[in-house]
Design a protein around this ligand. Structure first.
Ligand code: NAP
Length: 246
């Protein structure tokens, strides 16, 4: 399927992107800004967020904002404070791309450490749960709001050694389906994207021996990321869509 959107599809919208300093999240922030959105760049490494900010500013897209936050340690109150900041600065929020994620270490099930389990579930699931709860009141004020989660092929079909990461993506897809169903009578649409193998540092960590040049880049998979945030994708709800269908 072709996911085409107009060049100013996101004009006037305010979109929060987590993990906006690297990989897919960085490209999504730039692409959303290119299509007119004011993007809020959330992540844990300020230097990387600043690099995304600088690229957006140099391109002449709407001025972004940076929210430094380590989702591993962030509390419910941190997310409430974050939303207060967004509301006072922008008075609106139209979209959230839940993109930040931790891979952890691939290992046999019986060797998954409790700390690794806790860290991955915290960043990939609980942080998104708390953040979503906090942003919902602001999203409800938008006439056309979107929440886009990020899953994985191992988020709908379990695979040996993918352990906690895969479990976290199953939980992510569940959270997406529950919210989409609950919000179906509202102006908020909720979906997920499975990026498929994409040339980033997370992919290189999972597949150190492969030739990264053969992989799609984050830019290649942007049409779907744009479509699910744009008016063109408004009819889609409760789906996990493959950015690289077989
Ligand atoms: P990446 O290059 O490793 O980027 C992940 C981003 O998440 C980074 O910006 C990272 O920040 C941020 N992050 C990690 N832990 C965080 C924390 N505690 N607090 C705040 N931010 C945190 O990975 P990617 O490949 O772009 O992955 C993006 C999403 O796509 C993830 O949800 C991943 O599971 C999913 N995915 C990727 C692929 C693929 O082939 N690449 C395939 C399927 C699914 P730092 O830069 O500071 O580390």
């Amino acid at each position: 399927m072709e996911y085409a959107v107009s060049s100013d599809a996101l004009k006037g919208k305010v979109i929060l992107v987590t993990g906006a300093g690297d990989g897919i999240g960085k490209q999504a922030a730039i692409s959303y800004a290119q299509h007119g959105a004011t993007v809020i760049l959330l992540g844990r490494t300020v230097k990387k967020l600043e690099a995304t900010y600088d690229e957006i500013e140099a391109a002449g897209y709407p001025q972004p904002a940076i929210i430094p936050l380590d989702m591993k340690g962030a509390t419910k109150q941190n997310y409430i404070d974050m939303v207060d900041t967004i509301e006072s600065q922008f008075a609106r929020l139209d979209g959230v791309l839940h993109n930040a994620g931790l891979l952890g270490v691939l290992s046999p099930f019986d060797q998954i450490g409790e700390d690794t389990y806790d860290d991955i579930m915290q960043v990939n699931v609980k942080a998104q749960f708390l953040m979503t709860q906090a942003v919902l009141p602001l999203l409800h004020k938008s006439e056309d709001a979107r929440i886009v989660f990020t899953s994985s092929t191992v988020g709908h079909s379990g695979r040996a050694y993918w352990g906690t990461y895969a479990m976290s993506k199953f939980a992510t897809e569940g959270m997406m389906q529950i919210l989409a169903d609950e919000l179906s009578d509202t102006t908020i649409r909720v979906n997920a994207i499975n990026p498929g193998g994409t040339r980033t540092s997370m992919r290189a960590k999972a597949y150190p021996a492969e030739d990264a040049e053969l992989l799609k880049t984050p830019l290649d998979i942007m049409p779907l990321y744009l479509y699910l945030m744009a008016p063109e994708g408004k009819a889609v709800n409760g789906q996990c869509i493959d950015a690289q269908p077989k």
